[in-house]
Every structure is written in C-alpha cells, then in structure tokens.
Design a protein around this ligand. Structure first.
Ligand code: 5GP
Length: 127
C-alpha cells in the first residue's frame, strides 16, 4: 500500500521554519530538538529532514547517505547530552512510536531520546 506523507504535520512546519523549535543538533539530513512536553529531564526528538512517515518507511526509501546521517545524528545527540554509558553516562531510552498501535501522534519519523532519570518499565503491562 505504501506511505503518503502529510506535509502539514508539525515537524514538517518546524523543518520549514514556520514554527520554532529548541534546536539541539543539526546535520545535512537530520535535525534534533527538545520535545515541547518533556517526559524526562532530557527529552530530545531526532528527525530526518526527508519526508518519511516512520522508521520502516525511512528504511525502505531513504538514501544510504540519509540513513548514515540520521544514525550518526542520534549518536551525536547522546554524546552531547552526556548519556552514553561509553562516556560514563547513565544511559537513555530511545523510542520510535509508529502508527495507531504504536500511538504515533506526529506522522513524521522521529525517535525520542529520554534520559536523566530511570525511565522505568519498557511498557505498561497490559495484554
Ligand atoms: P509521538 O507520540 O508522535 O511519538 O510523539 C510526538 C511528540 O512530539 C510528543 O512527545 C509531543 O510532545 C511532541 N510535540 C508535539 N508538538 C510539538 C511541537 O510543536 N514542538 C515540539 N518541540 N514537540 C512537539
């Protein structure tokens, strides 16, 4: 069936500069900014600049350069926040909500990086 990208979503507007964001990191193909409603002391969203709805869309259609850039941007944000265990940080959780069951609110690929406290159980234990 494929994906169709809605360019009126809020992250597309951030990328076009139509609404502001608190930028954390930017590369040729990726942008990281603070979540407007943080759920942890560090809550950063990392998005590709290209029009991808979710991770499997990105994995199927992004160029190798975009995929490398995005992956490295996520690593750079972890380093910048000082949360990588390899640098003595205390770790983080990375989440990519997708579609209805994943409870994705904004239809532009983003990973959440949550850190700065123990993030708790992976999911609510509900059958
Ligand atoms: P999702 O549920 O799609 O995985 O998460 C969307 C996230 O985007 C939420 O955590 C929400 O707080 C954040 N968000 C929604 N609107 C804005 C906005 O205008 N600016 C920023 N920085 N974050 C937003």
């Amino acid at each position: 069936m494929g994906y169709s990208y809605d360019d009126q979503n809020i992250f597309a507007k951030i990328l076009r500069g139509e609404i502001p964001c608190s930028k954390v990191h930017e590369t040729e193909h990726s942008l990281a900014f603070a979540d407007i409603a943080p759920k942890a002391p560090h809550h950063v969203l990392v998005i590709p600049k290209g029009p991808y709805v979710c991770y499997d869309h990105f994995a199927a259609e992004a160029t190798d350069a975009e995929i490398v850039d995005y992956t490295r941007a996520i690593g750079a944000v972890c380093a910048q926040l000082g949360v990588s265990p390899s640098d003595g940080g205390n770790g983080y959780r990375m989440i990519a909500n997708t579609g209805n069951d994943g409870v994705q609110e904004v239809p532009h690929l983003h990973v959440h990086i949550l850190a700065g406290r123990n993030i708790g159980p992976m999911i609510l234990m509900r059958p």
